[in-house]
Design a protein around this ligand. Structure first.
Ligand SMILES: [Zn+2]
Length: 80
């Protein structure tokens, strides 16, 4: 299978990332090498430069849910 290089710009830190995708692919997902933000990638008019959509929001929401599900620590009564 022929692979082609998709280039995308991180929406968070602006870094240029590259990922190998199968020739003819229109979608991919990758993680920024610099800030590790997940992005959904979609082929654009220019096949080399892909459109990146940050998935950080979904992750943040997930993180919030996780945080909310953890009950706050009970106030510690430090024995004196
Ligand atoms: Zn980044």
């Amino acid at each position: 299978m022929t692979m082609t290089t998709a280039e995308w710009i991180c929406t968070r830190c602006g870094s240029t990332n590259r990922i190998l995708v199968p020739d003819g692919a229109t979608r991919a997902a990758d993680e920024c090498l610099t800030c590790h933000t997940r992005h959904a990638l979609e082929v654009d008019a220019r096949p080399v430069r892909w459109r990146a959509t940050s998935q950080a929001k979904a992750w943040a929401r997930h993180g919030t849910v996780l945080k909310d599900s953890v009950s706050p620590s009970p106030p510690f009564r430090v024995g004196t």
